[in-house]
Design a binder for this molecule. Structure first.
Ligand code: ADP
Ligand code: MG
Length: 291
């Protein structure tokens, strides 16, 4: 079976790509009675135009906290104690909540892990997606609703108009997850930060969403930071990968380099423990064995 590696060049850093987001020395703690838990330690990642960057590591390694910290959104009692994040050169961590909210809906899309509770139980999901569009565009409600339906179709929701009329409690977990994806992507953000957004989705649906995302990243000069534990997805879609272990990025490399020559012993173990899964994303998605 051959390795299912993305057809990208797998550059190590943003290099020639214009940077969209740069960050350094982010430290996040969770204060507990027994002492502060350093959840993220000196974290930094740079993301350039047209890059699909993966963030991997075992559960508890700090991926979700780091992804939220990039947007200044660590939930209390968690606290960002230091760090710098620049988005198109503007410092994000010094912005007010209102300024961050504006950037978040429009220029940076965020899909938080296990965020079904972010859906308002009292509103039809189509209205909720359309509202994200209306918050940042001058458009009629009908136009916004059409956008919402289009975005649901893009991520493979059959009978999208009917689905748009559903309330959250009428949807399966996978369907609710796709609503959240639609909300995070409807404004075509320059950067999408997505924390395990496809976990729990049928693999064919995952492939449809990831293919569309990859095409958009390449064609619209946007970028993605994709948090996942699925090394098959990393191998197939990511250009570059950062590996977290105990709150730190312990290795960062182009995806080809990482799979061919993992340097850190933890990365070697991570790859070894999932060698079957990383080889077969396309196979899983198509249901046909690779040559
Ligand atoms: P990952 O996404 O890689 O699974 P997390 O960012 O969720 O990792 O967690 C990183 C560390 O922070 C873990 O040690 C976790 O126990 C701790 N942590 C996360 N959320 C909280 C919280 N609300 N309170 C206390 N500790 C937390
Ligand atoms: Mg997580």
């Amino acid at each position: 079976m051959r390795l299912d590696i993305a057809s990208s060049q797998g550059v190590r850093s943003t290099g020639s790509a214009a940077p969209i987001l740069t960050s350094e020395k982010i430290n996040v703690i969770y204060p507990l009675p027994s002492g502060d838990v350093p959840a993220v330690v000196d974290f930094g990642i740079d993301i350039g135009e047209q890059e699909f960057v993966g963030l991997v590591g075992e559960s508890g390694s700090g991926k979700s906290t780091a992804a939220l910290a990039l947007m200044g959104l660590v939930r209390p009692p968690g606290k960002i104690v230091s760090g710098e994040v620049r988005f198109h050169g503007q410092s994000l961590l010094s912005k007010t909540d209102d300024e961050l909210r504006d950037i978040r809906g429009r220029e940076i899309g965020l899909i938080v892990q296990n965020s079904r509770s972010a859906l308002n139980p009292l509103l039809r999901v189509g209205v909720q997606i359309a509202n994200v569009y209306l918050a940042h565009h001058k458009a009629s409600k009908a136009e916004a609703m059409q956008r919402a339906v289009d975005s649901l179709e893009t991520i493979g929701i059959p009978d999208a108009r009917r689905r748009a009329n559903s309330y959250p409690h009428q949807l399966s977990g996978g369907m609710a997850q796709r609503i959240l994806i639609a909300m995070a992507t409807i404004n075509e953000p320059k950067l999408l930060i997505a924390d395990e957004p496809t976990t729990g989705l049928d693999v064919t649906v995952q492939a449809q969403f990831l293919d569309a995302l990859q095409t958009r990243v390449r064609e619209s000069r946007s970028a993605v930071l994709f948090v996942t534990h699925d090394l098959g997805i990393v191998a197939h879609y990511c250009d570059r990968v950062a590996v977290m272990y105990r709150g730190r990025v312990i290795e960062e490399a182009g995806v080809r380099d990482l799979f061919a020559n993992p340097r850190h012993p933890y990365t070697q173990r991570l790859l070894a423990s999932s060698s079957n899964r990383r080889q077969s994303f396309r196979e899983r998605a198509s249901g046909t064995p690779e040559q």
